[in-house]
Structure formats: structure tokens, C-alpha cells
Design a protein around this ligand. Sequence first.
Ligand code: F6R
Length: 587
Amino acid sequence: MCGIVGMTGERGAAGSVYERLKLLEYRGYDSAGVASLDGGKFFVSKRRGRVYSLGGEIKHLHGHTAIGHTRWATHGKPCDENAHPHVLGKFAIVHNGIIENYAELQEKYFKGVQFNSETDSEVAVRLLNYFYDKDPLTAVKKTVDEIAGSYALVVMCADFDGIIVAKNKNPVIIGYGNGVNYCASDAPALAGLCDDISVLSDGDIAVLTDKKIEVYDGNLEPVMREKLKNPALCAELDLGSCPHYMLKEINEVPTSITKTCQAFICTYDNIKSYLSGIKRIIITGCGTAYNSGLIGKRYFESFARVPVEVETAGEFRYKNPVIDKKTAVIAISQSGETADTVEAAKLVKSLGGKVIAVTNSPYSELTRVADAVVPVEAGQEICVAATKSYTGQIAALYLLALTLCGGDVEAGAKKLVAASELCFQLIQRLDICTLADACARSDGVFFLGRDLDCAVATEGSLKLKEISYIPSEGYPAGELKHGTLALIDIRTVSVVIITDEYLAPKSLNAVEQILSRKGKVAVVTNIKDVTKKLDGKVNIIEIPDCDKYLSPLLSAVVVQLLAYKTSLLLGRDPDKPRNLAKSVTVE
Ligand code: F6R
């Protein structure tokens, strides 16, 4: 949430920062800005809107040190004044996070002073000037000591030809180049620029010049941070022939499943050892990750007969949960940086519990907190709406549940690979235009199902509302008559997912109830009998038949493509839905 890039040692650094910021727009796109430093003078361009809106001015930003920011607004509306960098006196800063005590700091140090913006961040640049006495590192240290909250803070000082980076609870990496050094919120910004990166820890302050990088801990003692291979690949960031990342990433669903299987087999022994003696599981995560947990619950309970609770991380972390040595908490997160999920994992650790992370981000905060990591190999996901990471998470949870029950994981992986092939075929042939058109014209869309189909319905609803802004609800089909039916009329569309033969007659009742209230219905099914019964009555989306437990992978592709097409019909940008951003590192 908020993307930051900094570099020092490159001629025309502002131009490079500008280009790299574009790769971080998934973290926020309310406003953008770049500042450069040349001969003790700052040059700044910033405004409301997307990064490209700065394009015309970047060539006027001189110097070989620059910092940039793409914002997801937390404090203060999206506008030019609130855009970062904040430049004042001897300092220019960009900040990701929330300074929770900014009002107290304002009162304590700057009473009566007129601030230039409504942001919490401005207090940081004022504190830097306040504490500055010829030594920028000490000024940064004194400033962060005053701040309560979270920050990735990147600082330029007019008297120092370099960059200082401070970190607490918001991700920031540093990159080791050749005569150029870098910092960024996330690895894609540094793809192709440097082979080695380090992930900063909470409390770290790093000082970057063109020649070297020094890292200090919270006591300003020098520390070494492990050098890691930069995981971001330029090829992954290339849209190729796809008009949007969302479509590109749905096309990559099959690969995400197969690669996750391969990675699981490689880490199987390690993961297995962490599962021994587990008698209860709590799954936690947010949004789509939570929704994949709903499917995981069904796997663990069916295969291993172990009771599972699924709770959103934002609820779980404030509930004083009951944790014991026989409970494993599975924290699911694509980014591995979601604040609620990471804090939930830390809480579990502080209570003496075990945390297993299921994540797509090998160097994330969540992996550092967790006892064991189950890798999701979806590759870099750029679109704000999660797609291939969801199916990767389902694959990982399926194999994890098989591991817990002592099942045949290799056979499970083969089934997943077969399902991924069916996903591929489905993506090639699926025509969802009629249904997307009906959704785009509707007042609301309901997604219904039972059991696993209900879990996918929940995700389908989230995806649709997130990128089309159409009100939507995902609902257990059996609950329809207990309230939601009151909302059904000719202006609504209900998408009913039916992939379980045993439950099909029950879900068909829901279809009839909707039809008799004149609601429009589409049915996503792989059951021939359902198709036969509903032929001519509703829009039927046939999906390939496959193992009952893996059909969510196929219906997921349908609801993802439905959301994508509907969003396009309404003229939305599916990659950058309004008000949202990826990697929610604030509460
Ligand atoms: C929805 C979506 C979000 C994320 C949620 C958790 O399409 O992408 O709901 O799933 O913000 O993010 P991670 O998985 O990074 O913890």
C-alpha cells in the first residue's frame, strides 16, 4: 500500500524512478510524485492521479539521486498538496504507513504552525528539520524515535548525496547495484536493475550512497542483512499481448497450480514435520485469501477430520484467541505483508502457537514470522484483484490437507495438474459475454452455492463488486429463503454454482425460487442432469467434470472471467479498481 522507489548513483535518476514507480502502481494510484537532488537543491514533481501524469516534468528533475511515491490515501484526500514527496527545508521524504501520533507530535513540536498538507507524513519532514544538526542519520533516528505507527520512510537531505531509509511494519527492500543503489517497497520495482536485494527488518535504518549501503539497527549499531536473489523477473511484468494484467493473470491460473504443486513436493518433508500432533486448525487471512481458507477448511475437515475455524485476520487478532500446542494457525496471504494477517500471526507466536504461512511472497514479513512456509508459486500478481494467487492457494491447501491426513500427496499433485489442464481448456473456450452483459445491466448480482460451491460464490461476489462496483453478495443457496430472496426481482442476476451431485437437487430448489420471483439466473455446472433440467430456462455455463474437491478451481476461473468482462463492459479499469490497492499494509 503506497509504492516507494529511491535510487542514488544514476544520471537522470528521476527518470528511472518514474519508470519504476509505474511498476508499483498496484500499491496505490491516488497521486504520484518524484523528487530529485542535485547540488544541494531539490526538484519536485507531484500531483493527484497516476504516475504517467508526471511524465512531462520528469526531464526537469536533475541529479543522480531521486525518490518517488505512488499513493493510496490514508490521511488526507487525494490531491496535489497531499501527494508525496513532502519537501521542506533541508529534507524531502516519501512515506508509506500511518503515523498514529501525528496530531500529538504536531501539538508538541509545531503548535500554531500552518501545515502544507492534510497528511500524517508531513510531521515527519518537519521533525527531520527540527532535529537536524549537520548529521542526517541522527535526524532520521530522532525522528523515527518519536513516531508511533508504521513507516517505510525514505529521506533525502540537501547536505547528503544519498538516501536514508527507515522501516517499521511496512515493507522496504534495498537493492545492490553497480555504482547505483536502490530501495523500493517491493521487488518488481527493481526487476532487471539488480541481482541482489536485502529485506530490512523493523527498526532498521539504511544509508545508501552510490558506493555502498550501510544498515543500522534501532540503536544505530551496524548490522548485516542477508543478501537474497532478487525474485522479480522483467518477463513477469510484461503484459505481452494481454490488454490487462487481470486477464494475463487468469491465463496464468493453470501454471500457478502446477508450479505450486512442484514447490509443495520439494518442501513436503519440512511441512510434514510441522503438522505432526496437530488436532485443531485455525485459518486466517483477508479478502480473497480468507475465501481460499473457506475451501481449505473443507479439505482439512473432509480428509483429516480435524476441526477448522476460519476467521478474517482483522477479527481474529482482536479476539484473544484460544491457542494451544496442538493448534496450528494457517495464515494465508498473497503478499505476505497484509497488516492484519501479519499481526495475527505475531499474536499466535506470542501465545506460543504454531504458524504456517501460505504465501506467494518468499521474502515477506509473514514468512519471517511463520514457523513453516507453504509456497504458492503464482508468480508476481500485479492486478489488484487476486486471481492466480487464489487458485494457487487452493492447490497448496489441498496438498497440505492431504499431508495432514497422511494421504498420497504425489497422487494429489497429479490430480491438481489434471485440473490445471482443464482450467486451461476452459479459459480457451469460455464465452461469458451474455452473462457479463446481464450483470452489467443489473442492479445487483447474487452468487449462490452450497458447500465448496458456496465458498467460490463468496469469492465470485468479492471479485465482481471489487472491479465492477455492482452491489453483490455471495450466499449459501439454502439461506436464500431466509432473507435475501426479498431482494430478488427482474433487475437482479443470480449466479448459482452447482458442482456437487449430492447437493444439486437442493441448489436447484434455489434456482426455482429465484425464477418464480422473475430474477435472472445463470448456473455454473459440470453436472449433466442439471444442464438437462434447466435447459432453455436459464443461462448455463458448463464447466468440465473433475474431482469434486477440485471443481472450485474451474468455477473460480468462471467467476474471475465474469468479473473481468463485466468490468470492461462498464468501462472500468479492472487492474486498478477505485479506492483499492494491493498489499494492505495498514490497518
Ligand atoms: C481481492 C483481493 C484482496 C486481497 C486481500 C488480502 O481481489 O485481492 O481481498 O485478497 O487484501 O491480500 P493478501 O493475500 O496479500 O494478504
